[in-house]
Design a protein around this ligand. Structure first.
Ligand SMILES: NC(=O)c1ccc[n+]([C@@H]2O[C@H](COP(=O)([O-])OP(=O)(O)OC[C@H]3O[C@@H](n4cnc5c(N)ncnc54)[C@H](OP(=O)(O)O)[C@@H]3O)[C@@H](O)[C@H]2O)c1
Length: 233
């Protein structure tokens, strides 16, 4: 399969890039600054998703799967200045939700044009259902938006063999989570996870791989929780 994967430089995305390639897929990855291996696309620029899509399509020829994984987890206090508040809301919704939506739209156009269908996997978060801290309303809202968008795509385009899924990780051991665990009391946080540990990026990578390539078409619209039972619904 030919796959475009965003946020491939670190954490879940880096693990997914390796995992998908080991499974024999052709994967084009993206990060903000890019590298020898990754296409540069900064999603604070509204033109970046289209430019990324066009570059990836030129490299791959055709795209079978889009994985929207890039995201930011920025906090802002409820008593911040209006400018600070709007800046963080704007960045979070722009990167996590709008850029994902833009790429979904481009993927759907491409899947229709080639008439073969295709798959979209959106990496949302447990926060979509559970909410997040008082500093992170915007993060939870962006991820709930991704879930609503995924279900809309699944319902709207299934007849054209375009399938859409979402993954909702809880805590995953990436650089971001390690910092969070040490700063906010790891023990208390782990006590909230019945499995007794945060998820390994490889576990999210395998969930993404399965949804991207193997999940039965009738599962379209599904949201898979990967959170050690820290939030069951
Ligand atoms: N870690 C967790 O506990 C957890 C839990 C639930 C959901 N998630 C979700 O899983 C996804 C991956 O999380 P992670 O922990 O692996 O993240 P991460 O290690 O912080 O990596 C984030 C990725 O997004 C890219 N990115 C950041 N800002 C960007 C921008 N302005 N434009 C384009 N790309 C940008 C980064 O590229 P650069 O390296 O170039 O900056 C990087 O590849 C995110 O959507 C996150 O919300 C994570």
């Amino acid at each position: 399969m030919n796959i475009l994967l965003t946020g491939a430089s670190r954490g879940i995305g880096a693990a997914t890039l390796v995992h998908l390639r080991n499974a024999g897929h052709h994967v084009v990855g993206q990060s903000t600054a890019g590298s020898d291996e990754l296409i540069a696309a900064d999603f604070t620029d509204p033109a970046a998703p289209r430019a990324l899509w066009q570059t990836a399509l030129a490299e791959l020829g055709t795209i079978d799967v889009l994985v929207n994984n890039a995201g930011v987890f920025e906090g802002v206090a409820d008593n911040a200045t209006d400018d600070e508040w709007h800046a963080v809301w704007g960045r979070t919704l722009g990167i996590n939700l709008q850029a994902s939506a833009d790429l979904c739209r481009l993927a759907i156009g491409h899947f229709r044009e080639r008439a073969g269908g295709g798959r979209i996997v959106n990496v949302a978060s447990r926060a979509a259902y559970r909410g997040d801290s008082p500093q992170h309303w915007q993060y939870a809202a962006s991820k709930a938006g991704m879930v609503g968008m995924t279900k809309s795509i699944a319902r709207g385009y299934a007849i054209e063999h375009i399938l859409a899924f979402a993954v909702c990780p809880g805590f995953v051991m990436t650089g971001m989570a390690e910092e969070y665990l040490s700063s906010r009391g790891g023990k208390q946080l782990l006590a909230d996870i019945p499995l007794g540990r945060v998820a390994d990026p490889a576990e999210i990578a395998e969930t993404i791989r399965w949804l991207a390539t193997d999940a039965p078409p009738s599962a379209t619209g599904a949201v898979i929780d990967v959170n050690g039972a820290s939030f069951v619904r």
